[in-house]
Design a protein around this ligand. Structure first.
Ligand code: 23J
Ligand code: MN
Length: 263
């Protein structure tokens, strides 16, 4: 099959609804949960603001439009390699220099929702990924790997989403050896349903924030605050994530979506 006939068939399938388009994106607005870092360590990303310019009024009689105040790492978003010090020197590691060919790829969806329901601090390990591969098939070079936790169902409530107490945030993510293993398989990136690509307790790991540290060291990408991963099969869907072409950007809100077999 040539790519021309494949795309012709895909186009027909999209038009007929024979292929599902699944929205993996959360609402983006003033109530979107945002990362809170320890104040001694860092400055936080600002609250999202949406300001009206006009809505068919004296400031614009026939048109409605808004302007936004928004951090790059807000809501469902993309982490570019330059986001982390370990990935700072890649010329193609910015939102405006990333090769587009790498952003549309098959996605492996690893279901950890049962484990996370029992333990919000659950960490996916390399052994956990290998067990998943034994059941569903190997992760191949260039593919995405995302961790399904159903955590996105909390995203209407920032306190529940961040799930912090006096000991810090409690949310699931990858263990160090999980990211090392996924990278050894050649994955293009890693996605999580939580506020960031890393677990809530990742600041205390070695290295701190291993998803950020290791993915970006390898010129690979991160996806945070993904939604609706429970609507995807373990294998067989195609993930599409397009960061805004922010000049020298370190990340961007995205409309994450997947093409999935009808089902
Ligand atoms: C800045 C500092 C630490 C972290 C993050 C951002 C993220 O999670 C992010 O959105 O990339 S952990
Ligand atoms: Mn980020």
């Amino acid at each position: 099959m040539t790519s021309a006939t494949l795309l012709e068939d895909l186009g027909a399938m999209l038009l007929s609804g024979g292929v599902d388009v699944v929205d993996l994106t959360g609402p983006l607005g003033p109530d979107t949960p945002l990362l809170k870092l320890p104040p001694e360590l860092a400055v936080d990303t600002p609250k999202i603001e949406i300001h009206r310019i006009s809505e068919y009024d004296k400031d614009g009689p026939f048109w409605a439009w808004n302007w936004l105040k928004i951090g790059e790492h807000s809501g469902t978003h993309f982490d570019a390699p330059h986001h982390w010090i370990t990935g700072k020197d890649y010329p193609d590691g910015y939102t405006d220099t990333i090769p587009m060919q790498r952003l549309i790829a098959p996605v492996n969806v690893i279901d950890c929702s049962a484990e996370v329901a029992k333990d919000p601090d659950f960490l996916l390990t390399a052994d956990g990924v290998k067990a998943w591969e034994a059941e569903h098939g190997e992760i191949k070079s260039g593919e995405w790997v995302v961790m399904r936790s159903d955590w996105y169902k909390r995203n209407d409530d920032e306190a529940k989403f961040l799930n912090a107490d006096e000991n810090g945030p409690h949310s699931p993510g990858p263990d160090v050896d999980c990211i090392e293993y996924v990278l050894s398989k050649g994955a293009i990136g890693w996605g999580n349903e939580c506020i960031g690509t890393d677990a809530g307790k990742a600041g205390g790991m070695t290295p701190p924030f291993p998803a950020h540290n290791l993915l970006h060291a390898a010129n690979r990408y991160g996806l945070a605050s993904l939604c609706n991963l429970d609507k995807l099969p373990p294998k067989g869907a195609i993930l599409i994530v397009a960061p805004l072409k922010i000049v020298n950007g370190t990340g961007s809100p995205i409309r994450a979506l997947a093409l999935a077999p009808k089902g």
